[in-house]
Every structure is written in C-alpha cells, then in structure tokens.
Write a protein that binds this ligand. Structure first.
Ligand SMILES: [Zn+2]
Length: 291
C-alpha cells in the first residue's frame, strides 16, 4: 500500500507498508544531513570515507532512535559530481529502509544535484512546486515550520541562487505563516557574492528574513564544515550542517545532526560516523530571537 503525503505543494511518496504497530515517532525530533553525495557505485570512497556506508549508518541510527524522529531533511548535494540518474538509483536503495518504515525524508537540491532527476526520484513535478522552476516547500511541525528552499543554479557550478520568484513565494508564505518559528533549509551558505560559492542573493534574502521576526534560523550545508554562528544584525542562527558523505579536513566531523525542536529554540547534537571524533556528541542549544 502506498501513501501520499501532501505538504504545501510537495508531494512526497512514502512507499511502504503501513505497519500494524508503527514505532512511536516524536514530531519535534528530526535528523538533519547535508552533502550526502551518493554515487552510483556504493563502494565509492572520497577523502578516506565510504560515502554510501555513511548514509547506511545514518539510516540505521534513525531507525534505532526511540522515539523515532519525525523525518530526515537533507540540505542538498544528494548526488555526486553532476548528479547522474544512477546516483539517485543508489540513493533510493540506501533510503529504502526509511521508506519501508514510513519515515519521511525531504531532499533539497544542491549544486551537485540535477533538479529534474531529483524531482523524478521524489515523484514530484514542476506542477507540484509552488515555484515552477524551483523545488520550494513548507513543512509544518507542531513547534516550527520548515521552509525547504532550492538554491541550485547550474549543476555542478559552486554558487547558488534562490531567484526572484522563489524569494517572492518565501516572503508571501512567511507572511501567511507568521504564527510559528520559521526555519529555512537550503544548500548554500550566506556570504558576499564577490567570494565564490555562496548564495548569490544573500543580501536579498536577508532583506526578506531579518524583519520577519518569525524566521529564527538559516540552515545550510555545502561547505562540508560543521558550525553555528549568528547573523549579528538580526540574531538569526546560521547553522552549517556537517557533510555526511566526506569532509576535506579532519577537524570537521563527518556525519549528521539530531535536532530537537523546542518552544523557544532547538537542540542540535552532532553524530559523527567516527565516534572517536572530538566533535562527536557536541551539542548546541540555541534560543530563538524574540518575535
Ligand atoms: Zn555543494
């Protein structure tokens, strides 16, 4: 039996049987990942990491959590290189245990993804997105709304862009949902567009989100570095998720983040695929800026 879950224009196909007694899940508990970089060949190694094995570990961890998380969010770069169709096939095999157990996953495109292939993989089309040329969506939870944004500009070029139409949708949708904290998730990080690799319309996005006090955090990947800072002008938290595929420098943990949403903030805990890593188990307790 197949179940479709419609979330603000995003049709997410949750293939899998509905278990008679599904394990309890906590609507405030989430797993956040970025840069999973799955390549067709699951034996692919990069910088000393077996990329597919890292995702397998994360999936096993998700399924063994008690209570289970409400879902998995991947902040872009689901695929490797130029995002080949076979990469997504392998990704599907690796995520199959989540599908089977009805744990929803939300995949945001990064610069190494192909939007058309990612859409096909998720069973979406341009018509299911509120912004036809982008994969934008809002996902409601009891304590916050996730805004999943598409910063893919051109595969596999490093910079990213939201573009005008998506920014307009974001502003409109934030205004219509001002009652709850809004957490933005996209692949690209904020930065000065003169320096390559960041979100080119960073200034435009800050113009939208700084005065909308319900926006509490901008969550991103792309850099393969874990870290939490704050936008000095607004108090918006800037959360750089660790890469789970591989990292370039040993001081950066490779893995995922367990996030627990609270009334007035979020608790983030790093899970490294190498539990001996100094940052494994590191916790960031963030408090939301005032409304
Ligand atoms: Zn990237």
């Amino acid at each position: 039996m197949l179940r479709h879950v419609m979330v603000a224009g995003l049709a997410l196909l949750l293939g899998g049987r509905l278990a008679a007694a599904a394990p309890a899940s906590d609507p405030n508990r989430w797993v956040l990942m970025a840069d999973i970089h799955i390549r067709a060949n699951p034996a692919t190694q990069a910088h000393g990491y077996n990329i597919a094995e890292n995702l397998r570990m994360a999936v096993r961890a998700i399924l063994s959590m008690e209570p289970r998380p409400a879902g998995l969010v991947v902040a872009g770069d689901c695929a490797y290189g130029r995002g080949e169709k076979a990469d997504y096939r392998t990704l599907g095999e690796l995520l199959e245990p989540l599908r089977k157990e009805n744990v929803p996953f939300y995949l945001v495109p990064g610069n190494h993804d192909r939007r058309d292939l990612l859409r096909e993989f998720l069973g979406e089309t341009a018509a299911t997105s509120p912004v036809p040329n982008k994969m934008a969506a809002m996902v409601r939870t009891p304590l916050a709304n996730w805004f999943l944004l598409d910063s893919l500009e051109k595969t596999p070029d490093t910079p990213g862009v939201l573009d005008e139409a998506q920014c307009e949708w974001l502003a409109r949708t934030l205004d219509a949902n001002a009652d709850k904290p809004a957490l933005l998730v996209m692949h690209h990080h904020p930065g000065d567009p003169a320096r390559p690799g960041c979100l080119k319309d960073t200034a435009k996005l800050f113009e939208i989100i700084r005065p909308r006090r319900q926006v509490k955090a901008w969550i991103f990947g792309h850099t393969h570095v874990w870290g939490v800072t704050q936008d000095a002008a607004s108090g918006i938290h800037l959360i750089n998720l660790p890469a789970s595929g591989y990292v370039f420098k040993p001081e950066n943990p490779c893995g995922w983040v367990e996030a627990v949403l609270k009334e007035n903030g979020i608790r983030l805990e790093v899970h490294s695929v190498r539990p001996e890593h100094a940052k494994h188990g590191q916790v960031a307790e963030l408090t939301w800026r005032a409304n």
